[in-house]
Design a protein around this ligand. Structure first.
Ligand SMILES: [Fe+2]
Length: 233
């Protein structure tokens, strides 16, 4: 199982604050069946240069490496890149893709998106150097123009939902409907810690399995693994 979104790298952002916290998260993810983990610390282009981010990320990875144990998920370095105007023309954006792939995890603004924002995401989708994955799409349903979702999906944008979207009774129905309609392609835990934003891939998988059956859920998660192959460079 692939977890496409996490804040497990220590000391990078509002996620894990220490190597020992990262280790607890990695043990939990492994126990939940995650065998490949995207490490996607926040990248804010307005306040950090790509060079600075990449250096800090490499140092965090070095600190974590010494504490890794057998059976933990394979780790892929990436970033959760916050959208800004002009992002599609930023040269170093290539370096923020998920390690070994064309995948760019994009975090959109938490306010109404206009045509301009959608156009710029479409520009990125049309660039063959990238596969655009929109992070936690469930948070943006009210912000994007209603017709934007279909256009973005048709342009190849991949929709990532957080596993936690599937857990509360009040959002579970919507989450399952979105999967059934092909509006959610992959899951990520977006885990930040072992408390209020802990890894919960197993719980989301159980909800999916209860609704769609074990075979369909296995196929759903296998699709995530197939995507990684398909997007590899
Ligand atoms: Fe995140």
């Amino acid at each position: 199982m692939v977890d496409f979104h996490s804040h497990v790298l220590p000391g990078m952002d509002d996620g894990s604050q220490s190597v020992s916290q990262s280790v607890s998260m990695l043990r939990a993810l492994a126990a939940q069946g995650v065998d490949t983990l995207a490490l996607t610390p926040h990248f804010y282009g307005q306040s950090t240069s790509p060079e600075q981010f990449l250096a800090e990320r490499a140092a965090a990875m070095e600190r974590l490496k010494g504490a890794l144990e057998d059976g933990m998920p394979s780790l892929l370095l990436g970033a959760e890149v916050y959208f800004f105007h002009g992002i599609s023309r930023m040269e170093q954006l290539l370096d923020l893709r998920l390690q070994g792939t064309r995948l760019l995890l994009l975090e959109m603004p938490f306010c109404a998106w206009g045509r301009r924002e959608v156009r710029e995401v479409l520009d990125l989708c049309e660039n063959p150097s990238f596969v655009v994955m929109l992070a936690h799409v469930e948070r943006y349903l009210k912000y994007a123009p209603a017709d934007a979702w279909g256009v973005l999906r048709a342009s190849g944008a991949i929709m990532q939902s957080n596993a936690a979207f599937f857990l509360p009774r009040k959002t579970r129905g919507k989450a399952l409907r979105m999967v059934r309609r092909g509006q959610i392609h992959v899951l990520g835990t977006d885990c930040h810690n072992m408390e209020d934003r802990r890894p919960c891939m197993d719980e989301a998988a159980a909800v999916l399995e209860k609704r769609f059956g074990a075979q369909a859920v296995q196929a759903f998660f296998r699709q995530g693994e197939a995507y990684l192959e398909e997007w590899s460079i």
